[in-house]
Design a binder for this molecule. Structure first.
Ligand code: ATP
Length: 317
């Protein structure tokens, strides 16, 4: 096989709690991550020249070493130098559908696809946990993106506990095309404003992170109770992003007034806001109403749904 085409789904956060500061400078988080049916298409192909090349159809996405997909290929090349010299270089082509810098893990899922694609291309036979371990060195969301579905993520977000998958809940996403929120800014601002309330001792940090496993939203997920899940959505980063970005707050408010919306929340560090619904018909109606309520061409709206998987192979040649 000389090339694989992979489907790389986005994620939303059903839950994001900032528990405290870690000695390594990152935040200790408790999150619930959910894959959605909005995905990039990644082509990973062996080439005869000994190099890594990235192409992307989206003007805001870099194609140099700062692209997370590039860094994933580079990591594989350094980890498996014999395979790299045996199979030659790698050409990665990214067809972007996931909005960029949106809190939807667009870069992370591309990196996850490249890890899976190169594992297949070079016939390495890595296990899921080996791939997740490699992914964790690239970014906190990368391990989740590999298997996807529904999962609790603790630590920096790389420690995963799968939950029974949700799949028949519909999601409307709203994002202003030209509005980007830096993840680093959101966490830094949160630390400045709320750092005093961080839990600092290791035992209490662990206890709090473990508490999410028996939390109310997890119970709702175990019961596959869409209404209850929607009532328990939570994202600490809204405390800094909503006051700084009134447009995001407005999306949240307009979603909340729509018929059929079970709950609404910002995803990750934003600025994407999502709403949960029980049927596709309701989701389409909400999309239409939102378009009427906010007639701004910069506003992108997507109807999608929760899915039970992460990276998938679409074809191989
Ligand atoms: P997360 O939810 O994991 O915080 P995000 O969805 O907020 O991620 P990304 O779409 O991953 O954000 O983009 C963040 C930045 O990373 C962008 O400014 C972009 O320039 C850069 N980037 C690097 N590689 C990629 C990639 N493959 N796809 C998208 N953006 C990328």
């Amino acid at each position: 096989m000389r090339s694989y085409t992979l489907i790389a789904p986005a994620k939303i956060n059903l839950y994001l709690e900032i528990i405290g500061a870690r000695p390594d400078g990152y935040h200790e988080l408790a999150m619930i991550l959910q894959s959605i049916d909005l995905a990039d298409k990644i082509d990973v192909r062996s080439i005869s020249v000994d190099t890594i090349r990235v192409h992307c159809n989206h003007p805001q996405v870099p194609t140099d070493k700062s692209n997370l997909a590039y860094r994933a290929a580079e990591l594989m090349a350094t980890q498996f130098p014999e395979a790299f010299s045996k199979y030659g270089g790698v050409e990665i082509t990214i067809k972007k559908h996931i909005p960029v810098a949106a809190g939807l893990a667009g870069g992370s899922t591309n990196a996850a696809a490249v890890l899976v694609g190169i594992d297949l291309l070079w016939k390495l036979g890595l296990t899921q946990s080996e791939l997740e371990e490699l992914g964790a060195t690239l970014g906190s969301d990368v391990p989740f993106c590999i298997a996807g579905g529904t999962a609790i993520a603790t630590g920096r977000g790389e420690q995963l506990s799968p939950l029974p998958s949700l799949d028949n809940i519909y999601v409307v996403l709203a994002k202003y095309r030209s509005l980007e929120v830096s993840t680093a800014w959101a966490y830094k601002t949160y630390r400045q404003q709320f750092g005093n309330s961080y839990i600092r001792d290791t035992d209490s940090l662990t206890a709090r992170a473990n508490a999410v496993h028996s939390g109310e939203i997890v119970k709702a997920i175990l019961n596959k109770d869409a209404r209850e899940i929607a009532q328990k959505l939570h994202n600490d980063l809204e405390r800094v992003v909503l006051p700084a970005y009134p447009q995001v707050l407005q999306l949240r408010e307009v979603f909340a007034t729509q018929e059929g919306v079970l709950g609404t929340m910002m995803s990750g560090s934003g600025p994407t806001v999502f709403a949960l619904l029980e049927s596709e018909q309701q989701a389409q109606a909400v999309k239409l109403h939102l378009r009427e309520a906010i007639p701004d061409e910069d506003l992108e709206l997507f109807v999608t749904r929760m899915i039970t998987h992460g990276i998938q192979v679409a074809s191989s040649v």
